[in-house]
Design a protein around this ligand. Structure first.
Ligand SMILES: *[C@@H]1O[C@H](CO)[C@@H](O)[C@H](O)[C@H]1NC(C)=O
Ligand SMILES: *[C@@H]1O[C@H](CO)[C@@H](O)[C@H](O)[C@H]1NC(C)=O
Ligand SMILES: *[C@@H]1O[C@H](CO)[C@@H](O)[C@H](O)[C@H]1NC(C)=O
Ligand SMILES: *[C@@H]1O[C@H](CO)[C@@H](O)[C@H](O)[C@H]1NC(C)=O
Ligand SMILES: *[C@@H]1O[C@H](CO)[C@@H](O)[C@H](O)[C@H]1NC(C)=O
Ligand SMILES: *[C@@H]1O[C@H](CO)[C@@H](O)[C@H](O)[C@H]1NC(C)=O
Ligand SMILES: *[C@@H]1O[C@H](CO)[C@@H](O)[C@H](O)[C@H]1NC(C)=O
Ligand SMILES: *[C@@H]1O[C@H](CO)[C@@H](O)[C@H](O)[C@H]1NC(C)=O
Ligand SMILES: *[C@@H]1O[C@H](CO)[C@@H](O)[C@H](O)[C@H]1NC(C)=O
Ligand SMILES: *[C@@H]1O[C@H](CO)[C@@H](O)[C@H](O)[C@H]1NC(C)=O
Length: 686
């Protein structure tokens, strides 16, 4: 009985089946053939089109949609399906096609002229492919609302016919290689545009004034062209704008106070132009701003204090301008700030405290400014921070402890300030650190052994401070370390043999410390080492033969207390000066070539059995005493002793040379014009 009753659900299912049947029966064989031809033109490594075959209805094909009543194909959407190949002219057979989306594939070739027959198209998205050639005149597609041809390799003239497509709401032609030229004024006929993307397509000239009457515009993107003219005041007519991308152009002039009328503005990027002037304080009322990028311009003056009220700010970049004065104290206090780069300006005074107030800050770059005072303790708990760079300011005081232990830090760069105090043992927590740049400050602690916990560390620069104590043996744990500069400090004790375990080390500079003891043999196992500077210490003993296996471009052992033979290979690369001012180094290679080089270093044979300068003098005194004895002893012995004296004299002439004392005179050193730690900020946004 209940079989007979028809539930609403059953009726619904029947309806669906009915429509599906209608669809299948009504779909024209011509359309199916067209789709199969479209498939033939495409390469489909991921088999996305696997069910496009004779046994399926076109309306079941992946990515194909049909009109429910007529069964005609209305949509082909094959976005991001790893397709390559070309676009078949057979699309012109699909008369009812509303939507064609082949975006984000690797399709090449040109747009077939046949596509101009698809006059029912409302959405045509071919962006992000490798299409080339001139665009066909698509002005017959009068129903188009969305036309996105961006990010391809189209060439030829900028399409002027575009202005006939008056129903367009979204237009993308950016990221193509059109001929250099301007945008036609007639683009202003596209009254319903909400999205206009013309970035990076060789545009020149001014932005047409008509653009500033497109009142529906939400996104305006002319980025990465060479647009000229002053920053358009009329932009403030476009009250629906939420995104302005005008970066990398040649715009001049100032930002007008009227910009503040764009109350929906969320993303604003005018970086990399020739804009100037003072930022109008009115822009503080742009409460929706998330992204504010004005880097690489010529803005000057103080930033409006009111910018601290922005509640949605995520990314703020003003680097390479001439801003000065106090930085808005509240910036970041009420917003989820993630990235800030204010480097290369002239900001003075205290560093702002609240940039990490929302615990979202990952990038804090404030290099090369005039900030002073102590660094705020608030950043101690900024666990999200990855890049912390405040070098080249005038900070003083100690670094708050927690900063050494930021768990996600990749770079800590506090170089070129007046910081005092030391690295705390918290540094062991910063396990992700790759660069620790502390040079040219007044740090005076010992180097904590926890430095050995930084297994990712590639660069440690602590030169020109007053670090004391020993180089921690744990340094040997640093397998990634390639650059270790500890010169110009007050380090003492001996170089730990563990340093030989740092097998990525390329540049090692320990000069101008008070290191003593011997050079460990293990230095010879640093096979990547290219530059070694141990000069101006109190290192004694010999230079290990093991160092011969290194292929050094630079070495400096001068001003130490080293003795014994210099490995010949090392002498060849480093030169005499690299060994000057030591107690008793000598040269074993006495070949003719070496002699002619005019070296001032002492040959070794002379002192083969006499290891020190004082013993040599003692030996000379003994010789003189012996001579006296010889003179005083009778003629009987004269002949034998004469021979001996002759022997000695000859030896001295040939082996010591004629300037046997000048070798101990210091000469000028090799000076390397290298400054490898140029600390430029990384542009955050492109
Ligand atoms: C394409 O798809 C992949 C994964 O299927 C996704 O990660 C990527 O963001 C998509 N790209 C676009 C442009 O939609
Ligand atoms: C076109 O397709 C791309 C990739 O799928 C997408 O990101 C873009 O938003 C589409 N264009 C328009 C105007 O919808
Ligand atoms: C457009 O369609 C017409 C008639 O269907 C046909 O004659 C013409 O060749 C087509 N145009 C192109 C460019 O394919
Ligand atoms: C522009 O949009 C309005 C409102 O949506 C619509 O009435 C009008 O027909 C559109 N203009 C064109 C040329 O499509
Ligand atoms: C834009 O500026 C760049 C760099 O300053 C310059 O090379 C280029 O010639 C300028 N272009 C125009 C059209 O003024
Ligand atoms: C910033 O510091 C530099 C270097 O110390 C100094 O020459 C300059 O006068 C300072 N500028 C300002 C605006 O304080
Ligand atoms: C470092 O400290 C010393 C003594 O405290 C001081 O004389 C010197 O000026 C300081 N150097 C720097 C760069 O701050
Ligand atoms: C540092 O490494 C040592 C072992 O070398 C370990 O005992 C210590 O817990 C580590 N410290 C931190 C803070 O990770
Ligand atoms: C130099 O080294 C020798 C041992 O080779 C040692 O006796 C002497 O004290 C050292 N001199 C200095 C100034 O360290
Ligand atoms: C080694 O360091 C000293 C002192 O810092 C410096 O004068 C010298 O130029 C450096 N030598 C080389 C080869 O770089």
């Amino acid at each position: 009985v209940h079989r007979m009753s028809t539930s609403p659900i059953q009726i619904y299912v029947w309806c669906i089946l009915l429509f599906a049947n209608v669809g299948i029966s009504a779909s024209s064989p011509l359309e199916k053939d067209a789709l199969l031809d479209i498939k033939i033109h495409l390469e489909d490594p991921q088999n996305y089109l696997s069910n496009w075959d004779e046994s399926h209805s076109p309306c079941q094909f992946h990515g194909v949609t049909c009109d429910e009543i007529s069964g005609e194909v209305t949509g082909v959407s094959l976005s991001n399906a790893s397709l390559s190949g070309t676009i078949s002219p057979s699309f012109s057979v699909l008369h009812q096609l509303h939507t064609l989306d082949l975006s984000a594939n690797s399709i090449s070739g040109t747009i077939p002229a046949a596509l101009t027959n698809c006059t029912n198209l409302q959405v045509l998205n071919l962006s992000m492919n490798s299409l080339t050639g001139q665009l066909p005149d698509l002005s017959s597609l009068l129903k188009l609302k969305v036309l996105d041809l961006s990010t391809n390799g189209f060439s030829g003239a900028f399409p002027v016919w575009i202005s006939k497509l008056s129903g367009l709401t979204e237009l993308g032609l950016g990221e193509n290689s059109f001929d250099e030229g301007g945008v036609p004024e007639s683009i202003g006929l596209l009254k319903n545009l909400t999205w206009l993307f013309l970035g990076q397509c060789n545009l020149r000239g001014e932005i047409p004034a008509s653009v500033f009457h497109l009142e529906s515009l939400g996104t305006l993107d002319f980025s990465r062209n060479q647009m000229t003219g002053v920053f358009p005041k009329a932009i403030s007519n476009l009250r629906n704008l939420w995104k302005i991308e005008l970066y990398q152009n040649n715009l001049t002039g100032e930002i007008p106070p009227e910009l503040a009328h764009l109350t929906l503005l969320s993303e604003f990027d005018v970086s990399h132009n020739q804009l100037t002037g003072v930022l109008p304080k009115e822009i503080a009322s742009l409460k929706k701003l998330k992204i504010f990028h004005i880097y690489r311009n010529n803005f000057y003056g103080e930033l409006p204090e009111g910018l601290g009220d922005w509640e949605f700010l995520e990314s703020f970049s003003t680097y390479e301008n001439q801003f000065s004065g106090k930085f808005p104290a509240n910036l970041g206090r009420f917003s989820p700030l993630n990235a800030i780069d204010i480097s290369e300006n002239y900001f003075t005074g205290e560093f702002p405290k609240f940039l990490c107030q929302s615990d979202k800050l990952q990038f804090l770059l404030a290099l090369s400014n005039n900030f002073s005072g102590e660094f705020p303790t608030s950043y101690s708990s900024c666990k999200t921070l990855e890049r912390f760079r405040v070098s080249q300011n005038q900070f003083s005081g100690s670094i708050p402890h927690g900063i050494w232990g930021l768990p996600n830090a990749v770079i800590i760069d506090v170089a070129d300030n007046g910081f005092i105090g030391g690295i705390s043992s918290d540094i062991g927590i910063s396990a992700t650190l790759t660069q620790l740049l502390l040079q040219n400050n007044n740090f005076s602690s010992e180097l904590p052994m926890e430095l050995g916990n930084l297994s990712q560390l590639k660069k440690l620069v602590a030169s020109n401070n007053r670090f004391s104590g020993q180089v921690p043996a744990q340094i040997g744990n640093l397998k990634q370390l390639s650059y270790l500069h500890l010169e110009q400090n007050a380090l003492e004790g001996s170089i730990p043999p563990e340093i030989g375990l740092c097998n990525s080390l390329v540049d090692l500079d320990l000069a101008e410390n008070s290191l003593s003891g011997k050079i460990p043999d293990t230095v010879g196992s640093l096979l990547m080492l290219d530059s070694l500077n141990l000069s101006h210490n109190m290192i004694s003993g010999g230079i290990p033969d093991a160092l011969q296996s290194l292929r050094l471009s630079y070495a400096d052992f001068s001003h130490n207390n080293l003795s014994g033979p210099i490995p010949p290979q090392l002498l060849m690369t480093a030169g005499d000066d690299a060994f000057s001012e030591n107690s008793d180094l000598c040269v074993t290679d006495t070949s003719e070539g070496w002699r002619q080089s005019g070296t001032s270093l002492r040959p070794c044979q002379w002192i083969d059995n006499h290891h020190s300068f004082s013993r040599r003098r003692l030996f000379a005194v003994l010789i003189m005493a012996t001579s006296l004895v010889v003179l005083l002893s009778g003629l009987a012995c004269l002949r034998y002793e004469n021979n001996r004296l002759e022997d000695f004299n000859r030896k001295q002439d040939t082996e010591s040379g004629d300037d046997s004392d000048s070798k101990w005179i210091v000469e000028s050193f090799h000076v390397r014009g290298v400054n490898p730690s140029a600390a430029l900020p990384v542009p955050m946004v492109t």
